[in-house]
Design a protein around this ligand. Structure first.
Ligand SMILES: Nc1ncnc2c1ncn2[C@@H]1O[C@H](COP(=O)(O)OP(=O)(O)O)[C@@H](O)[C@H]1O
Ligand SMILES: [Mg+2]
Length: 266
């Protein structure tokens, strides 16, 4: 069950993202307990498990919102365990964020443009010293923002306040925002939650296209149809620990997985 040191090293080489023996406790609750997994470059890897399995906590550990009590997180051959979220994002490890109330007041285009900040030019001094470079950078960002809105099918809504979008359209906007910084890996926490069935199809198509373009996807999702359709590989968590992994077909035929889900329901 437990990986030998050799296996752990082998894993570290195989994945774009490698979680090695990570734990996170909240008081007495072991939300994530000695969890290890890798996400191979160019794949969609789903992380599933019953309620309370530790999926969201793991997501926050990967994104950098939480620091693990123990264990390491390697991304693109670098140890990012101690890096704050924005520095992980700059390395290409990106998670989506719900459109906040403040952002909802802005237009769809403004939302995407804002996500592009924190890129190359960051201080007011830079803007003062190199106005031409800033202008060029702003034009580039504006072009990219519009391309991304085309990409996720929201271009015709560019000037609408984000608050007016449907649940599914908001998820597409979150994706476009995440794409602004040209990530290598995007983490999605339940993208289909609260989204109408036709928009789930649209989201699924977009996620698959991104994977085909070479972006690696980590997907936490309850909707098993979506997981079946999208996931190249599935990691199952239960009570903060690795239960098993494999293809969707393999893990859903594993009696331990069935039991864990039934236990979660009870
Ligand atoms: N910030 C927190 N403070 C205290 N307990 C937490 C916190 N976040 C999660 N937990 C607990 O950790 C466990 C795992 O939660 P979570 O990661 O949200 O699971 P999942 O996303 O798989 O449903 C649960 O028992 C939950 O109550
Ligand atoms: Mg959760």
């Amino acid at each position: 069950m437990t990986a030998t040191p050799q296996e752990a090293t082998g894993q570290a080489r195989s994945g774009l993202l490698n979680i090695q023996g990570v734990s996170k406790h909240f008081g007495g609750v072991k939300a994530v307990d000695d969890c290890s997994l890798s996400i191979a470059a160019g794949t969609i890897t789903a992380i599933i498990g019953p309620n309370g399995a530790g999926k969201s906590t793991l997501m926050n550990l990967i994104g950098g919102l939480y620091r693990p009590d123990s264990g390491r997180i390697l991304f693109d051959s670098a140890d990012v365990t101690a890096l704050p979220p924005h520095l992980r994002a700059r390395r290409g490890l990106m998670r989506t964020f719900q459109i906040s109330r403040e952002l909802a007041q802005l237009t769809v285009l403004e939302n995407v443009l804002l996500a592009g900040q924190g890129g190359r030019i960051e201080t007011p001094f830079a803007a003062f010293l190199i106005p031409r470079k800033v202008e060029r950078e702003e034009r580039r960002l504006a072009r990219r923002a519009k391309e991304l809105l085309e990409r996720v099918g929201l271009f015709r809504l560019a000037d609408m306040p984000a608050a007016g979008l449907s649940g599914g359209q908001k998820k597409l906007l979150e994706l476009a925002r995440a794409l602004m910084l040209e990530p290598k890996l995007i983490l999605l926490d339940e993208p289909a939650a609260g989204v109408s069935p036709p928009m789930v199809r649209e989201l699924a198509r977009t996620i698959r296209e991104l994977r085909d373009e070479g972006i690696t996807i980590g997907l936490i999702e309850h909707d098993m149809e979506l997981v079946a359709e999208l996931a190249d590989r599935v990691e199952v968590l239960a009570e903060g620990r690795n239960l098993t992994s494999g293809t969707f077909h393999e893990v859903t035929r594993d009696s331990r997985v069935v039991e864990a889900y039934l236990g979660g329901v009870a």
